[in-house]
Design a protein around this ligand. Sequence first.
Ligand SMILES: [Zn+2]
Length: 91
Amino acid sequence: MGYVHCCSCLHSAKTFVLKNFDNYQYIKMEYLDHCPKCNHTVVVLTKIDSKKNISVSRFTNVKALKILKKVKKDILYELNDTNEIKNAEVN
Ligand SMILES: [Zn+2]
């Protein structure tokens, strides 16, 4: 479970780890179906490249759905709290 920032607060969101592409070593997607305040659909992509640079891109509504559709086939697994803890131990 991850969090997406919208309407100046954090909302719990589904988190997925995606298959790597380009030079990225780790790609994570947070998906907020509907913000409880503004009702927007929000997708946040977090990408880490081989030099450990982190880039975060945020998409809303139509753009968010477009991204979601595009990366759906690249979803490896959903990250839940147990996975988060496991990853933290590995790193
Ligand atoms: Zn909102």
